[in-house]
Design a protein around this ligand. Structure first.
Ligand SMILES: [Cu+2]
Length: 231
């Protein structure tokens, strides 16, 4: 049965979800998982790798399946704005603009199609634009990890700082797309699943400078870094 179900899934739509936290019970007999990305109606496969008993015996069955039919009191897919996080904070992300602003009657001046490459990198090192230009940015996630794209103010220390702030979001991280509410952040996408894309719209800053383009997904910001050069 499971084999058939799995085949169905691979045929139609398969996505990876992220185990954000795993807490082992005091008696060692169960584990509580905090998972980001589960979808209603989907069958979720869980494969437990390399776990042994204290005596060194491995698991008899290391694969399980779970169909998500409902989430009691939960929210399944994050709307863009005004959502409650797990710790009860209101999430408001006004710097994520997925619709072209209505007053851009001539459309964007520049369109960029950006990709990701394995090894936690964007597929570009720098992009040059002119100040105040209307820009359309599409992040295509071509590898098998979760990524976002965050444009922040210039300054090497600021890239480190925003990466650190994203880590410190803790439990609220996934709900906030790992984007901290900070003045250093100018524009951003949400979390982009593997093999999907997201488009954002923004006007280039009026101050020339070398702005950072980061992925602030935990652990990515040190290598997933590029520049938006505003001339
Ligand atoms: Cu990333």
């Amino acid at each position: 049965m499971s084999e058939k179900v799995h085949f169905y899934l691979t045929t139609y739509s398969q996505e990876k979800v992220m185990v954000h936290e795993a807490t082992v019970a005091a008696d060692g007999l169960s584990v509580k998982l905090l998972i980001h990305g589960m979808k209603l109606g989907f069958i979720h496969q869980l494969k437990v790798m390399d776990i042994t008993t204290t005596a060194g015996e491995s698991l008899l069955h290391n694969t399980g399946y779970y169909t998500l039919n409902e989430v009691p009191g939960g929210v399944l897919k994050s709307p863009q704005m005004h959502k409650m996080s797990k710790t009860g904070n209101i999430i408001d992300q006004p710097k994520r603009t997925n619709e072209m602003p209505l007053n851009w009657s001539n459309g964007p001046k520049l369109k960029f199609d950006i990709g990701t490459v394995p090894g936690l990198k964007f597929d570009f090192k720098e992009i040059k634009v002119k100040r105040r230009q209307r820009i359309q940015f599409t992040l295509n996630n071509n590898d098998d990890m979760l990524h976002n794209l965050v444009i922040i103010k210039p300054g090497a220390e600021n890239a480190d700082k925003v990466g650190q702030m994203a880590l410190e979001l803790g439990l609220d991280g996934p709900d906030m797309n790992f984007v901290p509410a900070s003045d250093l952040v100018l524009f951003h996408t949400g979390i982009v699943q593997p093999e999907t894309s997201e488009t954002i719209y923004f006007s280039a800053p009026k101050e020339p400078g070398e702005y950072w383009v980061l992925c602030t997904f935990p652990g990515h910001s040190y290598t997933m870094r590029a520049k938006l050069i505003v001339e």
